[in-house]
Ligand binder design. Structure first.
Ligand code: SF4
Length: 227
């Protein structure tokens, strides 16, 4: 599956986790995957459920439209960090402000990967370890709104991928059982643009990236944890 992606790409791990979750919950016939452009768009021909490709940064608005007319559907908003926190930051903030009923997955690799690795607002590069402003931390912005769930995991190794699986299921369960905004950000390898082998890419995420992007659950059932 997902043969268009580069070797070691985190999108493949993220989509495998989502596919397992959709299968486990028997949601294949009910799912609509709203995809952003860029590397996300490479997924559209291989998913085994309905999918729509949205204009760059506009996934949340498209998903809101589907959700408002098809309340029976499981609408998954899937996008990269450039879409979520740069070109789509307006949509993100207003969806969180309204506490839209949404299940959102953001793949954060710090780059605009498909167009050659230009830096995104999430890029931390060689920033000092204690520079909290080096990258866009979603929990600093979004947990000020009345959202239901916000968590971050890393798609790097077994324990971290297990944590990602758990957070995705918690977010989906909350989304399916009620209403409100549920989001999981996944720190994700892009070995092609960082020019690292998958092992070194994983170590870079577990070291440098997680110092700027702590892992954990920041909002759970509407309750905020310190961040
Ligand atoms: S460029 Fe990066 S994000 Fe895009 S498919 Fe390749 S590894 Fe994945």
């Amino acid at each position: 599956m997902y043969t268009m992606l580069c070797a070691g790409c985190g999108h493949r791990t993220a989509m495998t986790l989502l596919d397992e979750l959709i299968g486990k919950k028997r949601l294949k016939e009910k799912t609509i995957l709203a995809l952003d452009v860029a590397c996300c768009s490479l997924l559209i021909d291989e998913v085994e459920y309905d999918a729509v490709m949205c204009a760059h940064g506009r996934v949340l608005d498209v998903a809101k439209g589907y959700q408002s007319v098809r309340k029976d559907k499981c609408v998954i908003s899937y996008m990269g960090d450039g879409a979520a926190y740069s070109i789509g930051i307006e949509e993100m903030i207003h969806a969180a402000r309204r506490n839209d009923h949404a299940f959102v997955v953001v793949i954060n690799n710090g780059l605009y990967s498909m167009t050659g690795g230009q830096i995104a607002p999430t890029y931390v590069g060689d920033a000092a370890e204690d520079d909290q402003d080096a990258g866009f931390r979603a929990e600093k912005v979004l947990s000020g709104f009345p959202i239901r769930y916000l968590a971050r995991a890393a798609l790097t190794d077994g324990p971290n991928i297990e944590r990602a699986r758990k957070y995705l299921e918690t977010a989906m369960d909350g989304y399916l059982s009620g209403s409100g905004f549920h989001m999981v950000e996944l720190l994700s390898p892009c070995p092609t643009n960082y020019k690292l082998n998958p092992k070194d890419m994983g170590e870079m995420i577990n070291g440098q990236m997680t110092r700027h992007y702590p892992l954990g659950e920041f909002v759970k059932e509407g309750e905020r944890n310190p961040c």
